[in-house]
Design a protein around this ligand. Sequence first.
Ligand code: CA
Length: 299
Amino acid sequence: MRVTHRAVIATLAFLAAVGVEGGSPPSLPGGASSCPGEMARVPGGLFRMGVNDGQPEEAPVHQVSLPSFCMDRDQVTIAEFARFVKATGYKTTAEREGWSGVFRLHAGAWDKVNGADWRHPDGPGSAGKPNEPVTQISWEDATAYAHWANKRLPSEAEFEYAARGGLEGKKYAWGDELRPHGKDKANLWQGTFPTKNTAADGFAERAPVGSFAPNAYGLFDMTGNVWEWTADWFDASYYGKSPRYNPRGPESGQYRVIRGGSWVCSEDACQGYRVAAINQTAPDSGLNNLGFRCARDVF
Ligand SMILES: [Ca+2]
């Protein structure tokens, strides 16, 4: 049975269970890399992907080799997505279907909300800030944006490699401690999920992109804020048969891999912010904690 947008609600509880900032950073001067200024050049290399002591689909740890690629420094913002819509007249999946999935902070629960879309990520009457990551975006929507921008979605391997920032075998994108020296490193959920969000990291919901320090590759929010679509289909057994060079995921599937965790990700109910953590959802899902960023080949 084909999974439709309607299936999103079925995944919401799972997302909640495993669940997972304004202004743009300065651009590199032209010529400093072969990537556009809003993208960082991630140098190719070898890395050990996955983890053996996490969820079954995160194992086995396996060596992966990637060529250099360009990666957006930030999650795509509402302002950026608005430029795409203005130029193309594009209608998102949620706009066509008339509803999308919303985690209602005050209710502490996921809900199917009529009128929720990228302009109104938390439902009618809500308005996301221009410099926060765009959400309520399906995989098809993210892919359409990437095509318009002459980019593509990152593969799952590219996402994990980029998120690790050159560190080897660490639990989190920045090391092995979730809050080194008591300092929050990403927009996650502090407190008891789903009833109490202390927002100790400064943000109760989505944060403007770039609100936390970048990793060594100059990438912001590779952990937290919103989950991010990758190009790949999900297969729980894929790591056992993944090609070593530049893996691009299974040839087909039912769900797409999402990575990074989100503001709905608490320590007591979620491990989605671990750098090897995998999540998956139907390609036509829209959620107020799911966005994307783009990658591009190095020319
Ligand atoms: Ca937070």
